[in-house]
Design a protein around this ligand. Structure first.
Ligand code: PEP
Length: 256
């Protein structure tokens, strides 16, 4: 049985104090009975990991980072290691977000190294994949997604993959207000399961969590999260508003 996961990606938003405030509001607005049904994950900036951890630590809300270094430690100015993330209370880390792929030129090979490093330190990667608008229009999106998955997961065995969450995020839907229809998302989620089955086995394909991301909000979330094969959401904009984020969690918890 796959448990739904609702993850907030705060991106490069909110000061230290604002992060604390948002974490407090979210903690107050999400009820334990919802957390019994749905996993909730907050991914603030590195700077605010500590204060958000302190704020949520008596709840079942989980903490994640937005990036990780593939190096262990040492002279890598500006980077943050897996060990440091663990020490700040992180359980998850977003890897391969399209903004990192496009603005920071992260290749599938770099993403693969980061996924391996996260797993080595028992951090759960939220591994993002998804096609651009041109790739969708050119109808080459399945090939692109298959390549991202195959290269991103190179050298990761069937046992290790159980620690990984995949997030399907069509780039054209991120922060644009456009979102894939539930049918379009379901179709890709099912395609991703086929790729995982080919790389691993049927059991792994059935068990892996696949989130949808791209302009999910409190209005469209119920329909999106009820669609076949959609195990949760990775949310940017709407995760910065406590009412909206808490409402998405509430709706997710109501889905049978
Ligand atoms: C994201 O940052 O992963 C995302 C899906 O953003 P938004 O919800 O704003 O589209």
């Amino acid at each position: 049985m796959r448990r739904k996961l609702i993850a907030g990606n705060w991106k490069m938003n909110l000061t230290y104090k604002e992060s604390e405030k948002l974490a407090k509001e979210i903690t107050a607005k999400i009820e334990q009975k919802e957390l019994n049904k749905v996993d909730v994950l907050l991914c603030p900036t590195f700077v605010s990991l500590g204060i958000v951890n302190k704020t949520i630590k008596d709840n079942d809300i989980k903490l994640g980072a937005q990036n990780i270094s593939y190096e262990n430690n040492g002279a890598f100015t500006g980077e943050v290691s897996a060990e440091i993330l663990k020490s700040a209370g992180c359980e998850y880390v977003i890897i391969g977000h399209s903004e990192r792929r496009s603005y920071f030129h992260e290749s599938n090979a770099v993403i693969n190294k980061k996924i391996k490093k996260a797993i080595e330190f028992a951090l759960k990667p939220v591994f993002c994949v998804g096609e651009s608008l041109i790739e969708r229009e050119d109808e080459i999106y399945e090939g692109i997604i298959e390549k991202q998955i195959t290269e991103g997961l190179t050298g990761i065995d069937a046992e290790q993959i159980s620690e990984i969450v995949i997030a399907y995020e069509p780039v054209w839907a991120i922060g644009t207000g456009l979102n894939a229809t539930p049918d379009q998302a379901s179709q890709i989620h099912s395609f991703i399961r086929k790729v995982i089955q080919k790389l691993y086995n049927e059991k792994t394909a059935n068990e892996i969590l696949i989130l949808y991301g791209g302009s999910v909000n409190e209005k469209n979330s119920a329909e999106m999260l009820s669609a076949e094969g959609i195990d949760g959401a990775l949310i940017g904009g709407a995760s910065l508003k406590s009412d909206d984020f808490a409402m998405i969690v509430k709706k997710a918890a109501q889905i049978k």
